[in-house]
Ligand binder design. Structure first.
Ligand code: AMP
Length: 213
C-alpha cells in the first residue's frame, strides 16, 4: 500500500489485513518499536526518523525480507510503508513474484495532509491512531482503552513538511514503476474512511479474481 504520510494508509492497511486474515506489516511500526527498545537497529535509525528522513534502503530491505520469511506471511500480507524507493520496489520483486503483488496508491493532496497530521494522535495504551479536534487536543483520553493520546514525535509541522518532501522525492519513481502493471490501482484518499476501505476491497477483489494471489 503506497500513500503519503497521513493518507490514512495505516488505518486502511490494518482493516485490509483483518479482512483478508493476513499480517499487517508496517515498517514504521517495526522501526518505532526498535527505537523504543533501544536495539542496535533502533539506535541506527533513531536520528533519521526523528528528522523525518528515510532510513537506508539496505536496512529496510533486510528488515522486510526477514519479516516475510515468518510463517504467518506465507499466505499473504499487507505491506504498509514499504516500498518507499525504487531500490525497495525492485528488492520486493526479488522477494515475491512481481505478478503476485497488488499495489494500491492512496492519493491525498499535500495541503490536506499537513492539516490531518497536525491533528493526529496515537494512543500510548492500545496504539490506535485518531484525529483530535483543536479544542480537545491533549485533554481527552483514548475512547477505546482510556490511555493517553499523544502526538507522534515526527508529527510536528516542520517534520511533517520534511516527511512530505521526502515522500514526494521518492514516490513518483515508485508509482511509475508499478503503474501499468496488472493489479495496480489508485484510490481517492480524500473520501470518508469507510468509502476508501470499500474501494480498496473492490480493487483487491477484482485483482484476486484476475489471477493475483
Ligand atoms: P511511517 O510510520 O510509515 O510514516 O514511517 C515513519 C518513519 O520510519 C519514516 O518517516 C521513515 O523515517 C521510516 N521509514 C518507514 N518505512 C520506511 C521505508 N520503507 N524506507 C525508509 N524509511 C522508512
Amino acid at each position: 500500500m503506497i500513500g503519503p504520510p497521513g493518507s490514512g494508509k495505516g488505518t486502511q492497511a490494518v482493516r485490509i489485513a483483518q479482512w483478508r486474515s493476513v499480517p499487517h506489516i508496517s515498517t514504521g511500526d517495526i522501526l518505532r518499536a526498535a527505537v523504543r527498545a533501544e536495539s542496535p537497529l533502533g539506535r541506527k535509525v533513531a536520528a533519521v526518523m526523528a528528522a523525518g528522513g528515510l532510513v537506508d534502503d539496505a536496512i529496510i530491505t533486510e528488515l522486510v525480507e526477514e519479516r516475510l520469511r515468518a510463517d504467518d506471511a506465507s499466505r499473504g500480507f499487507v505491506l504498509d510503508g514499504f516500498p518507499r524507493s525504487l531500490a525497495q520496489a525492485e528488492a520486493l520483486d526479488r522477494m515475491r513474484p512481481a505478478d503476485s503483488l497488488i499495489v494500491v496508491l492512496i492519493e491525498v493532496p499535500g495541503e490536506a495532509i499537513v492539516r490531518r497530521l497536525s491533528s493526529r494522535r496515537v494512543c500510548d495504551g492500545c496504539g490506535i491512531t485518531q484525529s483530535v479536534s483543536h479544542e480537545s487536543a491533549g485533554r481527552e483520553p483514548c475512547p477505546y482503552c482510556g490511555g493517553n493520546l499523544v502526538r507522534r514525535p515526527d508529527d510536528n509541522p516542520d517534520t511533517i513538511r520534511r516527511r512530505l518532501s521526502a515522500y514526494a522525492d521518492v514516490s513518483d519513481p515508485v508509482v511509475a514503476y508499478y503503474r501499468g502493471r496488472r493489479g495496480f490501482g489508485v484510490i481517492d484518499g480524500r473520501q470518508h474512511a469507510e468509502r476508501v476501505t470499500a474501494d480498496l476491497q473492490a480493487h483487491i477483489g477484482r485483482a484476486l479474481n484476475n489471477g493475483g494471489s
